[in-house]
Ligand binder design. Structure first.
Ligand code: CAA
Length: 291
Protein backbone atom coordinates (compact mmCIF):
# COMPACT_ATOMS: atom_id res chain seq x y z
CA UNK A 1 0.00 0.00 0.00
CA UNK A 2 1.34 3.41 -1.00
CA UNK A 3 1.15 6.12 1.66
CA UNK A 4 1.46 9.76 0.66
CA UNK A 5 -0.84 11.69 3.01
CA UNK A 6 -0.56 11.68 6.80
CA UNK A 7 -3.04 13.01 9.35
CA UNK A 8 -1.75 13.80 12.82
CA UNK A 9 -4.17 14.42 15.67
CA UNK A 10 -2.66 16.45 18.51
CA UNK A 11 -0.15 19.25 17.99
CA UNK A 12 1.70 18.88 21.29
CA UNK A 13 5.28 17.85 21.95
CA UNK A 14 5.02 14.56 20.00
CA UNK A 15 2.56 15.66 17.29
CA UNK A 16 4.71 18.56 16.16
CA UNK A 17 7.85 16.40 16.04
CA UNK A 18 6.04 13.74 14.00
CA UNK A 19 4.71 16.39 11.58
CA UNK A 20 8.26 17.75 11.24
CA UNK A 21 9.87 14.42 10.25
CA UNK A 22 6.97 13.33 8.02
CA UNK A 23 7.01 16.61 6.06
CA UNK A 24 10.79 16.45 5.73
CA UNK A 25 10.48 12.94 4.30
CA UNK A 26 8.11 14.25 1.62
CA UNK A 27 4.72 13.30 3.04
CA UNK A 28 1.84 15.71 2.83
CA UNK A 29 0.86 16.35 6.46
CA UNK A 30 -2.40 17.54 8.02
CA UNK A 31 -1.87 18.46 11.66
CA UNK A 32 -5.07 18.88 13.66
CA UNK A 33 -5.80 20.02 17.20
CA UNK A 34 -8.77 21.41 19.11
CA UNK A 35 -6.77 24.47 20.14
CA UNK A 36 -5.65 27.12 17.63
CA UNK A 37 -3.00 28.32 20.04
CA UNK A 38 -1.48 24.81 20.19
CA UNK A 39 -1.45 24.69 16.36
CA UNK A 40 0.25 28.09 16.11
CA UNK A 41 2.86 27.08 18.68
CA UNK A 42 3.46 23.75 16.91
CA UNK A 43 4.06 25.37 13.52
CA UNK A 44 6.39 27.96 15.07
CA UNK A 45 8.33 25.19 16.84
CA UNK A 46 8.62 23.09 13.67
CA UNK A 47 9.99 26.15 11.90
CA UNK A 48 12.49 26.76 14.71
CA UNK A 49 13.64 23.12 14.74
CA UNK A 50 13.97 23.05 10.93
CA UNK A 51 16.01 26.27 11.11
CA UNK A 52 18.27 24.60 13.64
CA UNK A 53 18.81 21.72 11.20
CA UNK A 54 19.58 24.21 8.41
CA UNK A 55 22.10 26.06 10.57
CA UNK A 56 23.82 22.75 11.46
CA UNK A 57 23.86 21.88 7.74
CA UNK A 58 21.74 18.76 8.25
CA UNK A 59 19.22 19.99 5.66
CA UNK A 60 19.17 22.75 3.05
CA UNK A 61 17.03 25.91 3.18
CA UNK A 62 15.03 24.53 0.21
CA UNK A 63 14.31 21.31 2.09
CA UNK A 64 13.12 23.35 5.09
CA UNK A 65 10.83 25.47 2.91
CA UNK A 66 9.32 22.58 1.04
CA UNK A 67 8.79 20.65 4.30
CA UNK A 68 6.94 23.64 5.76
CA UNK A 69 4.81 23.96 2.61
CA UNK A 70 3.70 20.34 3.03
CA UNK A 71 2.18 20.96 6.50
CA UNK A 72 -1.42 22.12 6.88
CA UNK A 73 -2.54 22.99 10.41
CA UNK A 74 -6.28 22.77 11.04
CA UNK A 75 -8.94 22.71 13.74
CA UNK A 76 -10.95 20.31 11.56
CA UNK A 77 -10.27 16.69 12.55
CA UNK A 78 -12.13 15.53 9.42
CA UNK A 79 -9.23 16.72 7.28
CA UNK A 80 -6.75 14.67 9.30
CA UNK A 81 -9.04 11.64 8.99
CA UNK A 82 -9.28 11.69 5.19
CA UNK A 83 -5.66 10.61 4.70
CA UNK A 84 -3.73 7.37 4.02
CA UNK A 85 -2.29 7.13 7.53
CA UNK A 86 -3.59 8.74 10.72
CA UNK A 87 -1.35 9.05 13.77
CA UNK A 88 -3.13 9.96 17.00
CA UNK A 89 -0.70 11.88 19.22
CA UNK A 90 -2.97 13.33 21.90
CA UNK A 91 -2.52 13.28 25.65
CA UNK A 92 -1.83 9.90 27.33
CA UNK A 93 -5.41 9.40 28.55
CA UNK A 94 -7.33 6.45 27.24
CA UNK A 95 -10.75 8.15 27.31
CA UNK A 96 -9.41 11.06 25.23
CA UNK A 97 -7.96 8.66 22.68
CA UNK A 98 -11.23 6.70 22.35
CA UNK A 99 -13.07 9.98 21.80
CA UNK A 100 -10.64 11.02 19.07
CA UNK A 101 -11.03 7.70 17.24
CA UNK A 102 -14.83 8.10 17.47
CA UNK A 103 -14.65 11.62 15.98
CA UNK A 104 -12.35 10.41 13.20
CA UNK A 105 -14.53 7.42 12.24
CA UNK A 106 -16.94 9.12 9.79
CA UNK A 107 -14.10 10.84 7.93
CA UNK A 108 -11.70 7.95 7.37
CA UNK A 109 -11.15 6.64 3.84
CA UNK A 110 -11.81 2.92 3.34
CA UNK A 111 -8.06 2.21 3.16
CA UNK A 112 -6.94 4.59 5.98
CA UNK A 113 -4.53 3.02 8.44
CA UNK A 114 -5.19 4.19 12.01
CA UNK A 115 -2.32 4.37 14.47
CA UNK A 116 -1.66 5.69 17.94
CA UNK A 117 1.56 7.17 19.29
CA UNK A 118 0.51 5.98 22.75
CA UNK A 119 3.46 5.31 25.00
CA UNK A 120 1.77 2.63 27.07
CA UNK A 121 -1.94 1.96 26.41
CA UNK A 122 -3.12 -1.37 24.94
CA UNK A 123 -3.22 -1.21 21.15
CA UNK A 124 -5.65 -4.15 21.05
CA UNK A 125 -8.08 -2.29 23.34
CA UNK A 126 -7.84 0.99 21.40
CA UNK A 127 -8.28 -0.91 18.11
CA UNK A 128 -11.29 -2.88 19.34
CA UNK A 129 -13.32 0.33 19.67
CA UNK A 130 -12.73 1.29 16.00
CA UNK A 131 -14.25 -0.06 12.79
CA UNK A 132 -10.85 -1.38 11.61
CA UNK A 133 -8.84 -3.31 14.23
CA UNK A 134 -6.97 -5.06 11.40
CA UNK A 135 -5.77 -1.68 10.10
CA UNK A 136 -4.72 -0.42 13.52
CA UNK A 137 -1.14 -0.25 14.84
CA UNK A 138 0.91 1.31 17.62
CA UNK A 139 3.33 3.80 16.04
CA UNK A 140 5.47 5.04 18.92
CA UNK A 141 8.03 7.81 18.37
CA UNK A 142 10.61 8.96 20.91
CA UNK A 143 11.17 12.54 22.02
CA UNK A 144 12.74 14.65 20.47
CA UNK A 145 11.30 13.05 17.33
CA UNK A 146 13.67 14.73 14.84
CA UNK A 147 16.69 13.42 16.75
CA UNK A 148 15.74 9.98 18.09
CA UNK A 149 16.40 7.07 15.74
CA UNK A 150 13.84 4.60 17.09
CA UNK A 151 10.18 3.99 16.32
CA UNK A 152 8.42 1.18 18.19
CA UNK A 153 5.82 -0.65 16.10
CA UNK A 154 3.21 -2.49 18.13
CA UNK A 155 0.76 -4.91 16.55
CA UNK A 156 -2.58 -5.44 18.25
CA UNK A 157 -4.05 -8.93 18.25
CA UNK A 158 -5.94 -8.23 14.99
CA UNK A 159 -3.39 -6.08 13.09
CA UNK A 160 -2.82 -7.49 9.59
CA UNK A 161 0.50 -7.97 7.81
CA UNK A 162 -0.21 -5.35 5.14
CA UNK A 163 -0.75 -2.63 7.76
CA UNK A 164 2.43 -3.54 9.61
CA UNK A 165 4.46 -3.59 6.39
CA UNK A 166 3.04 -0.27 5.17
CA UNK A 167 4.04 1.38 8.47
CA UNK A 168 7.45 -0.28 8.39
CA UNK A 169 7.96 1.29 4.91
CA UNK A 170 7.09 4.71 6.38
CA UNK A 171 9.69 4.23 9.14
CA UNK A 172 12.26 3.33 6.45
CA UNK A 173 11.41 6.43 4.44
CA UNK A 174 11.91 8.58 7.54
CA UNK A 175 15.42 7.12 7.79
CA UNK A 176 14.55 5.76 11.24
CA UNK A 177 14.75 2.24 12.64
CA UNK A 178 11.81 0.19 13.87
CA UNK A 179 11.75 -2.17 16.83
CA UNK A 180 8.76 -4.49 17.05
CA UNK A 181 7.16 -4.80 20.44
CA UNK A 182 4.36 -7.06 21.59
CA UNK A 183 1.22 -5.40 22.87
CA UNK A 184 1.81 -5.48 26.64
CA UNK A 185 1.72 -2.46 28.99
CA UNK A 186 4.23 0.25 27.98
CA UNK A 187 5.80 -2.01 25.28
CA UNK A 188 9.64 -2.11 25.41
CA UNK A 189 11.17 1.35 25.86
CA UNK A 190 8.81 2.65 28.52
CA UNK A 191 8.56 -0.72 30.32
CA UNK A 192 12.25 -0.29 31.08
CA UNK A 193 12.81 3.48 31.03
CA UNK A 194 9.90 4.79 33.10
CA UNK A 195 10.37 2.40 36.08
CA UNK A 196 14.01 3.60 36.06
CA UNK A 197 12.77 7.19 36.27
CA UNK A 198 10.27 6.22 39.00
CA UNK A 199 13.14 4.61 40.95
CA UNK A 200 15.11 7.85 40.60
CA UNK A 201 12.14 9.69 42.13
CA UNK A 202 12.08 7.15 45.02
CA UNK A 203 15.82 7.77 45.44
CA UNK A 204 15.02 11.48 45.83
CA UNK A 205 11.95 10.81 48.05
CA UNK A 206 13.97 8.63 50.41
CA UNK A 207 16.80 11.17 50.60
CA UNK A 208 19.44 8.89 49.07
CA UNK A 209 20.48 11.77 46.83
CA UNK A 210 19.30 15.23 45.85
CA UNK A 211 18.16 16.25 42.36
CA UNK A 212 21.63 17.27 41.21
CA UNK A 213 23.47 14.25 42.63
CA UNK A 214 20.97 11.75 41.19
CA UNK A 215 21.21 13.26 37.70
CA UNK A 216 24.97 13.64 37.90
CA UNK A 217 25.36 10.04 39.07
CA UNK A 218 23.43 8.62 36.12
CA UNK A 219 25.01 10.95 33.55
CA UNK A 220 28.59 10.34 34.59
CA UNK A 221 28.14 6.90 36.13
CA UNK A 222 26.01 5.27 33.45
CA UNK A 223 26.73 7.52 30.47
CA UNK A 224 23.09 8.57 30.06
CA UNK A 225 22.75 11.75 27.95
CA UNK A 226 20.35 13.22 30.52
CA UNK A 227 19.90 12.38 34.19
CA UNK A 228 16.63 10.55 35.03
CA UNK A 229 15.00 13.57 36.72
CA UNK A 230 15.99 15.90 33.87
CA UNK A 231 14.61 13.31 31.46
CA UNK A 232 11.38 13.04 33.48
CA UNK A 233 10.92 16.82 33.15
CA UNK A 234 11.64 16.51 29.43
CA UNK A 235 9.06 13.71 28.90
CA UNK A 236 6.48 15.36 31.19
CA UNK A 237 5.76 14.19 34.74
CA UNK A 238 2.08 13.63 33.91
CA UNK A 239 3.10 11.26 31.11
CA UNK A 240 5.57 9.44 33.39
CA UNK A 241 2.85 9.02 36.04
CA UNK A 242 0.30 7.86 33.44
CA UNK A 243 2.76 5.22 32.19
CA UNK A 244 3.50 3.99 35.75
CA UNK A 245 -0.24 3.69 36.36
CA UNK A 246 -0.69 1.66 33.16
CA UNK A 247 2.15 -0.67 34.27
CA UNK A 248 0.80 -0.92 37.82
CA UNK A 249 -2.78 -1.60 36.72
CA UNK A 250 -1.93 -3.76 33.72
CA UNK A 251 0.70 -6.00 35.34
CA UNK A 252 -0.69 -5.87 38.92
CA UNK A 253 2.79 -5.95 40.41
CA UNK A 254 3.72 -3.63 43.31
CA UNK A 255 7.18 -3.10 41.83
CA UNK A 256 5.48 -0.63 39.47
CA UNK A 257 3.85 1.51 42.17
CA UNK A 258 4.23 5.19 41.28
CA UNK A 259 6.37 7.12 43.75
CA UNK A 260 4.13 9.40 45.91
CA UNK A 261 6.54 12.27 45.21
CA UNK A 262 5.92 11.90 41.46
CA UNK A 263 2.17 12.05 42.14
CA UNK A 264 2.67 15.16 44.30
CA UNK A 265 4.50 17.02 41.53
CA UNK A 266 1.73 16.15 39.07
CA UNK A 267 -0.93 17.26 41.56
CA UNK A 268 0.91 20.58 41.89
CA UNK A 269 0.77 21.03 38.12
CA UNK A 270 4.58 20.94 38.08
CA UNK A 271 4.79 18.77 35.00
CA UNK A 272 8.34 19.53 33.90
CA UNK A 273 9.63 21.67 31.05
CA UNK A 274 6.23 22.24 29.49
CA UNK A 275 4.92 24.03 32.59
CA UNK A 276 8.35 25.53 33.38
CA UNK A 277 8.58 23.65 36.71
CA UNK A 278 9.18 20.03 37.65
CA UNK A 279 12.22 18.55 39.35
CA UNK A 280 13.89 21.71 38.05
CA UNK A 281 12.60 25.28 37.79
CA UNK A 282 13.06 26.54 34.21
CA UNK A 283 11.83 30.09 34.72
CA UNK A 284 15.30 31.62 35.03
CA UNK A 285 18.36 31.49 32.78
CA UNK A 286 19.54 28.14 34.16
CA UNK A 287 17.43 25.22 35.44
CA UNK A 288 17.48 25.17 39.27
CA UNK A 289 16.47 22.07 41.32
CA UNK A 290 13.10 22.48 43.07
CA UNK A 291 14.21 20.25 46.00
N1 CAA B 1 14.62 19.15 16.59
C1 CAA B 1 15.68 19.01 15.76
N2 CAA B 1 16.93 18.78 16.20
C2 CAA B 1 17.13 18.76 17.53
C3 CAA B 1 16.10 18.94 18.44
C4 CAA B 1 14.79 19.12 17.93
N3 CAA B 1 13.73 19.25 18.75
N4 CAA B 1 16.60 18.86 19.70
C5 CAA B 1 17.92 18.65 19.57
N5 CAA B 1 18.24 18.58 18.25
C6 CAA B 1 19.54 18.26 17.68
C7 CAA B 1 20.52 19.36 17.75
O1 CAA B 1 20.41 20.22 16.66
C8 CAA B 1 21.84 18.61 17.75
O2 CAA B 1 22.17 18.21 16.42
P1 CAA B 1 23.69 17.96 15.95
O3 CAA B 1 24.15 16.76 16.72
O4 CAA B 1 23.55 17.70 14.52
O5 CAA B 1 24.45 19.18 16.28
C9 CAA B 1 21.53 17.32 18.51
O6 CAA B 1 20.09 17.18 18.44
C10 CAA B 1 21.96 17.43 19.93
O7 CAA B 1 21.35 18.58 20.52
P2 CAA B 1 22.09 19.57 21.50
O8 CAA B 1 23.55 19.61 21.21
O9 CAA B 1 21.32 20.84 21.55
O10 CAA B 1 21.81 18.94 22.91
P3 CAA B 1 22.35 17.63 23.56
O11 CAA B 1 23.65 17.17 23.04
O12 CAA B 1 22.22 17.93 25.01
O13 CAA B 1 21.26 16.53 23.15
C11 CAA B 1 19.24 15.35 23.35
C12 CAA B 1 19.92 16.71 23.37
C13 CAA B 1 19.36 14.71 21.97
C14 CAA B 1 17.79 15.58 23.68
C15 CAA B 1 19.97 14.41 24.41
O14 CAA B 1 20.03 15.07 25.64
C16 CAA B 1 19.28 13.09 24.60
O15 CAA B 1 19.45 12.16 23.81
N6 CAA B 1 18.49 12.96 25.68
C17 CAA B 1 17.73 11.75 25.98
C18 CAA B 1 16.48 11.75 25.16
C19 CAA B 1 15.66 10.52 25.41
O16 CAA B 1 16.00 9.64 26.18
N7 CAA B 1 14.51 10.48 24.75
C20 CAA B 1 13.57 9.41 24.91
C21 CAA B 1 12.54 9.86 25.89
S1 CAA B 1 11.41 8.56 26.17
C22 CAA B 1 10.29 8.74 24.98
O17 CAA B 1 10.24 9.64 24.19
C23 CAA B 1 9.27 7.68 25.01
C24 CAA B 1 8.00 8.06 25.69
O18 CAA B 1 6.96 7.60 25.22
C25 CAA B 1 7.97 8.79 26.96
Amino acid sequence: MDISTIGIVGAGQMGNGIAHVMALAGYSVTLSDVDQDALDKAVALIEKNLDRQVSREKISAEERDSALSRITATLDIAKAGATDLVIEAATEQEAVKHKIFESLAPHLLPHTILTSNTSSISITRLASRTDRPEKFLGFHFMNPVPVMQLVELIRGIATDKETYEACMAVVDRLGKTAASAEDFPAFIVNRILVPMINEAVYTLYEGVGNVRSIDLAMKLGANHPMGPLELADFIGLDTCLAIMNVLHDGLADTKYRPCPLLTKYVEAGWLGRKTKRGFYDYRGDEPVPTR
